[in-house]
Design a protein around this ligand. Structure first.
Ligand code: HEM
Length: 333
């Protein structure tokens, strides 16, 4: 039976329409939330394919591919291959939008708690912002710092999508259960801040690196004019700090004890971060081959997603009434 608040929300035309649909199961909501995470991370990876194949201006205008055509068309200045890659990436935006719309509809229809709906609404909202920033990158001729902002926003959206997935999975009626002491959670937050530094520095390396996104000789893409070796060192310093914090977290959690789930999440972040560091090193030693850049961007999204899961996993909402239990009492053998 709907409560008073439910009835009030149904007066809004959007919710009135949504409530014509059948109620989605929790399983379906979780499936859609997983699709949100995958599409948000996926578009960053396909965006990198655009960049390393120099297809960034394959469609030189936005939102139309050419001033007089919405889709790729025969053009003497732009090869069909570049048009197809850039246009394909733009089409993927529709999949991202579909997932973003589906999660809002699903959680509103299921009458989920307020924070779940708030996080869900954030996805279509920030997707619109990303579409605008993507358009700006094209119109500025792929100016390096606009591309960097586009990439960093994508990473922020991966973080939010993972938090949304966690919240969708949890019971609305449950209570928050703290599984680690506050200093451990602060250290996890610090790891996320340092990871952000690594991401920002990484986009600067890209800004000075060989993959500008377009190879036009007449109108070359403006690059970050700094020695790339210095920038790579700056980037790697953040990475070393990030991995060191994760190692410190692992020792602290081993000493203090926590649930098996938190421990498993930490080991996954560590494995992903080390693998990502290795890809970075190999691409540095081998003059940044295009294919490794694509893996490196996927790895960056994986670092963000797994760090977000580690953060969220330390304060899950469960139906269990152990919310006030001491972390040390929650050790999983
Ligand atoms: C946790 C580890 C790491 C993370 C999260 C990370 C993240 C990133 C990000 C987000 C970018 C920018 C991608 C873009 O704008 O398209 C980038 C670029 C880059 N990173 Fe890393 N990175 C890591 C480790 C490393 C290491 C250890 C090295 C080598 C010492 C390295 C070398 C590079 C290089 C050379 C680029 C420029 C690639 C290009 O020209 O597109 N990275 N990294």
């Amino acid at each position: 039976m709907p409560d008073g608040q439910d009835l009030a929300t149904r007066r809004n035309p959007f919710t009135w329409l949504v409530f014509r649909l059948p109620e989605p199961s929790r399983r379906l909501q979780v499936g859609i939330a997983i699709a949100v995470v995958l599409t948000q991370a996926g578009i960053a990876v396909t965006g990198s394919i655009v960049r390393v194949t120099s297809s960034g201006l394959g469609c030189p205008t936005w939102p139309k591919c050419f001033p007089d055509s919405l889709t790729p068309t025969s053009n003497s200045n732009v090869a069909g291959f570049h048009q197809a890659i850039e246009f394909g990436n733009r089409m993927l935006t529709y999949v991202v939008v579909a997932a973003a719309a589906a999660i809002v509809i699903a959680v509103v229809r299921a009458g989920r708690r307020r924070e779940v709906k708030m996080y869900a609404w954030f996805i279509p909202g920030s997707t619109i912002v990303q579409a605008i920033v993507g358009g700006i990158t094209v119109r500025t001729g792929l100016l390096w710092w606009t591309v960097a902002i586009h990439m960093l926003l994508s990473m922020a959206m991966v973080w939010i999508s993972v938090l949304l997935l966690e919240k969708v999975r949890q019971d609305d009626a449950g209570s928050v259960r703290v599984l680690t002491p506050a200093p451990i959670r602060w250290l996890t937050a610090i790891s996320a801040v340092v990871l952000t530094g690594a991401l920002i520095a990484g986009t600067m390396v890209t800004g000075a690196g060989p993959h500008a996104g377009d190879k036009s000789a007449d109108d070359p893409v403006k690059r970050l004019d700094e020695p790339i070796v210095d920038l790579v060192h700056f980037h790697a310093d953040f990475v070393i700090a990030y991995v060191s914090i994760l190692i410190a977290l692992a020792f602290a959690l081993l000493a203090l004890g926590t649930t098996q789930q938190v421990r498993r999440r930490l080991y996954v972040v560590l494995a992903v971060a080390v693998a990502q560091g290795l890809i970075g090193l190999i691409q540095y030693w081998t003059n940044v081959p295009a294919v490794l850049v694509v893996f490196h961007v996927a790895g960056a999204a994986a670092c963000v997603g797994t760090t977000a899961a580690l953060w969220a996993g330390q304060r899950p909402r469960t139906a269990v009434r152990e919310a006030d239990a001491e972390p040390s009492t929650l050790v999983a053998k």
